[in-house]
Design a protein around this ligand. Structure first.
Ligand SMILES: C[S@@+](CC[C@H](N)C(=O)[O-])C[C@H]1O[C@@H](n2cnc3c(N)ncnc32)[C@H](O)[C@@H]1O
Length: 293
């Protein structure tokens, strides 16, 4: 990231998420937990559920893979698991804040390229390009094309992330590409689907966990703080409410209407682990073409 590049709301969100997760749940993973039905849905069990998510992901790395490009590596938690399992890992991620933490964890023998994936350039070619909850941030067509460029001829693409279901409205939570659009886009690349596992049921509980925290902790604190401000500085309070009425309304609608639940996540999103192998053919609009044409 260039020095003068502005911090995006999305990056700020991820940075706050890791600070909170570290403090409250003693975890430094930035991805959802994979909740087995026998694990009680509690903040104290988030770390265990996130480890289950990482284990699930690792168990789907095909034999023969040695080098991995971890795209959107967060604070390097997954990269460190991959390294411990014997893989050679490079990371690419744009956030200086998260990368600094990743560097501390991974040490100097793991390259961390501070860049958006779409602009990342290297001569290296990888056995696998991995997107763990980072695919949703990518520019779809560019990222898929670039993945193919960075893969060895017989390499793999592994995505573990959520996508949007076709719904008449946007729903209470943003993020993710439309799954149908993703399939359209990937059908133009020399990539063949090997594995497609729907883990929406195991990941949706994360939403109930965060919604529970917002309802039980954040909302009452917010309401009391507003009441204090209204009593102490009624004019200023009114002015702020009036000036920022639109963003305040958006935040209230998004976070404080109790709609960001696991049930709604399962309606509006589908969380998938998808593995693709790079091959030499490309199916475009029903025609089988040699790749590179
Ligand atoms: C939710 S975190 C996932 C972190 C990690 N992969 C994991 O599974 O714990 C999303 C990551 O994607 C990164 N990211 C966002 N936009 C990106 C882009 N265009 N290119 C590469 N990484 C990006 C963020 O900085 C962050 O590190």
């Amino acid at each position: 990231m260039e020095k003068n590049q502005k911090l995006s709301v999305q990056e700020l969100g991820l940075e706050c998420a890791i600070v909170l997760a570290e403090y409250l749940a003693k975890t430094d993973d930035l991805h959802y937990g994979y909740w087995d039905s026998d694990v009680p849905l509690e903040l104290a069990n988030l770390k265990q559920a996130q480890e289950a998510h990482s284990n699930f992901l690792l168990s789907h790395i095909p034999p023969g893979v040695k080098t991995i490009l971890d795209v959107g590596s967060g604070v390097g938690a997954l990269a460190s698991r991959l390294k411990a399992a014997g893989y050679e890992v490079d990371c690419v991620s744009p956030s200086p804040f998260l990368n600094e933490r990743a560097r501390r964890r991974l040490g100097s023998d793991t390259p961390i390229f501070e860049s958006r994936f779409e602009e990342f350039q290297t001569e290296k070619r990888y056995d696998m390009v991995l997107f763990s909850e980072s695919f949703q941030y990518m520019k779809l067509d560019i990222a898929l094309k670039h993945t193919c460029e960075l893969l060895q001829p017989d390499g793999y693409l592994l995505i573990c992330d959520f996508f949007k279901n076709p719904m008449p409205d946007r729903g209470p939570m943003g993020g993710g590409h439309y799954l149908a659009k993703f399939h359209d886009s990937i059908s133009c690349q020399p990539l063949t689907l090997v594995t497609d596992i729907d883990i929406t049921a195991q990941t949706a509980p994360n939403l109930d966990l965060t919604q529970g925290f917002v309802t039980a902790v954040v909302q009452p604190m917010k309401e009391r703080a507003c009441e204090l401000a209204r009593q102490r500085q009624p004019f200023l309070y009114k002015m702020i409410r009036w000036t920022l009425s639109k963003p305040i309304e958006q935040v209230n609608k998004k976070y404080f209407t109790g709609q960001r639940t696991g049930a709604n996540f399962a309606i509006y999103k589908t969380y998938r682990l998808m593995l693709f192998s790079k091959d030499k053919t490309c199916i475009t609009a029903g025609f089988l073409q040699p790749s590179g044409l």
